[in-house]
Ligand binder design. Structure first.
Ligand code: SF4
Ligand code: SF4
Length: 100
């Protein structure tokens, strides 16, 4: 799968590595593979892949993640309309519907 880049250096995604317990939920729910878990801690693999859907933050059991959700989906749709990226943000895995 191609890795669409959304908010270059602008993603609001924040990870508190001290608080992280390495459960892997963020890896599981992130639609764009933004995270890795290494040595028991999450790490942001590539911030520009984040389109601020908020799934990681909503599913982190200890509140180690923060993100201002919503902006990235809108940016992805605008980029799609301009022919710069896919037309959706990709945050829905259900092919019969879109989250946006
Ligand atoms: S906000 Fe969405 S795209 Fe960004 S890191 Fe979290 S789950 Fe992944
Ligand atoms: S969901 Fe939260 S606690 Fe779990 S690995 Fe990700 S950042 Fe760490």
């Amino acid at each position: 799968m191609r890795e669409w880049r959304y908010l270059l250096n602008g993603s609001s995604l924040a990870l508190d590595a001290e608080t992280c317990i390495g459960c892997g939920s963020c890896v599981e729910v992130c639609p764009h593979d933004v995270f890795l878990v290494e040595a028991g801690k999450a790490r942001i693999r590539d911030r520009a892949l984040c389109m601020e859907c908020g799934a990681c933050s909503r599913n982190c059991p200890v509140g180690a993640l923060g993100v201002s959700s919503g902006v990235g989906c809108a940016a992805a749709i605008i980029a799609g309309k301009r022919g710069l990226a896919s037309s959706g943000c990709g945050c829905s895995t259900d092919s019969s519907s879109s989250c946006c």
